[in-house]
Ligand binder design. Sequence first.
Ligand SMILES: [Mg+2]
Length: 365
Amino acid sequence: MTNIHPALLKRKIIHVDMDAFYAAVEMRDNPALVGRAVVIGGSPQSRAVVCTANYEARKFGIRSAMACAKAYRLCPEAVFLYPNFEKYYQVSEQIRAIFARFTSVIEPLSLDEAYLDVTENTSGLYAVQIGKAIQEAVARELQLSCSVGVAPNKLVAKIASDFRKPAGLTVVPPEKVADFMHGLEVRKIFGVGPATEKRLHALGIKTCADVLNTPLIHLENHLGSFAHWIHSAAQGIDERRVHTSRERKSLGREDTFSKDILSLPQLLQELQTLSEKTASDLHKRDLTGKTVTLKVKYGDFQQITRSQTLRRATNSAAEIFESTRRLLLERSEAGQRPIRLLGLSVSNLEKADATAWEFSSTLTD
Ligand SMILES: [Mg+2]
């Protein structure tokens, strides 16, 4: 047996992904839709895009994120429906209640996807058995199907759940991880979006095996620190923990002044200090965050918050300062109204080890 990387022996992670979730819920609740191509999004006459297409619609080439107008050209007989998020939210809660029978360590990614850490669980079942039990419960109790990946970490579990859809169960034990990753295309790696994929292709790197055959320093020259993540991921190594919703969601600092401040330079000085303290708090916890929020309380106690979501997560004092500075100057009345409190916080937190996520998607497959 080949050597197994010790990181692959630490955890047992399940990724559950509902199959064509929004469309499946609509078909379940309206049997007249069964057997027809169903597109959840909006009217083909509008600028709406496809949220979910059922499997019949996909046969015509209809995909998530496609304009509904285009979907209509591909399949005029398709049924186009507006999404009913309230209903999907309720069903999602029912699905999470099923997960909770097996573990309390659940990280929802969206309404239709979640990671479960089942390393330590009280059910007495193996990870694979839990995956199967979840599929059965979801089918029996909610009349819906899901695909499940079981693996030593989030990265591999998510790729595995997508491996055989719909209703697939794909298990990648530690000793199979290297082989499993080997032939996969680089875009399967979490964080590798179209732009990074293009740059990798330009370097002649198409698969995970190609990544491992490229010297790390060469990758670093082209991709910076993101190279380290890609290099680990290509081996199927991922140390990110499953973050439950109970965990810290934001980190920040605020300061109430002894005397209200009107002067802009003085406010910016305060903001600089808050940015440095927050960045240092993030560093200490090994976190980065993507959303920066500024809080301003005026002298008359009226309070506003203004947020900006960055292209990528940060823990840099300079970047935090820059984005809150703009929020202060452009979206508050700083300099015109006395301010008694300034605060800033960073949310959308991630472990600092892999910061360059390119994509964030609310689409479902
Ligand atoms: Mg899905």
